[in-house]
Design a protein around this ligand. Structure first.
Ligand code: HEC
Length: 194
């Protein structure tokens, strides 16, 4: 009987404890010897937050719109649900895909096609500014952090929860509001700087 209990406890540990076990190996940021971020290969197995279609922050044309698909690791998503905050070592991916209208039976609207590359954002307390930004194309195995004015500044000035654009992620918005981590003024066009 005791043995059976012990066995059961051990099994339970494996089943219940490593909450991150369903995440792929690259669900936390890893760097090479030159401090370049290694490509997160398996982000398609993470949690999908939302898609943008042709989003632009300067008034551009709507002619050729790209989709942006946003993903976070399952373990980080679970933490966010409990606190409305992103845990240290959260990685975010924004994948860019081309769009197409005419194809197969489709006549109007847009569907997604080839990947054009992806951007990565990490929250890591070991980094000088805690948040850093990277770009990957189809071939890059690692990437250097982008200069602060390239990506960091816009996220710093305009994102609703820490550096993340939760104002555009409909399932996370109510969570952040519940925990009081949502900056409502970031929904205004001029909501920068606070
Ligand atoms: C002018 C403002 C602006 C700049 C500059 C910018 N971003 Fe973003 N970023 C956004 C917005 C708005 C979203 C959310 C909308 C979406 O789905 O595209 C976003 C979303 C993201 C996300 C998904 C997670 C999140 O924070 O919400 C990543 C990853 C990301 N950006 C990376 C980058 C990288 C890498 C660069 C620099 C090459 C960059 N961004 C530059 C505005 C910006």
């Amino acid at each position: 009987m005791k043995k059976a209990l012990l066995f059961l406890t051990i099994v339970m540990c494996f089943v219940v404890l490593p909450g991150a076990s369903s995440d792929s190996r690259d669900a936390v940021p890893k760097y090479n010897a030159s401090n370049e971020l290694l490509r997160p290969e398996n982000y398609r197995e993470w949690i999908f937050l939302s898609s943008g279609l042709g989003m632009s922050y300067s008034s551009g044309s709507n002619e050729h719109m790209m989709f942006t698909n946003v993903f976070v690791p399952q373990w980080a998503y679970q933490e966010f649900l409990k606190s409305g905050k992103w845990p240290d070592k959260t990685t975010f991916v924004v994948e860019e895909r081309n769009s197409q209208t005419k194809g197969s039976i489709n006549k109007v609207g847009h569907f997604q096609t080839d990947r054009m590359g992806f951007g990565v954002e990490v929250k890591d307390s070991r980094l000088p500014d805690q948040w850093a930004y990277f770009n990957f194309d189809e071939d890059s195995k690692s990437a250097k952090a982008n200069p602060k004015e390239g990506c960091f500044q816009c996220h710093e000035n305009h994102a609703a929860v820490e550096h993340s654009f939760v104002q555009f992620y409909p399932t996370l918005k109510p969570v952040a509001k519940k925990f009081g981590t949502y900056r409502q003024e970031r929904e205004n066009v001029d909501g920068a700087g606070k």
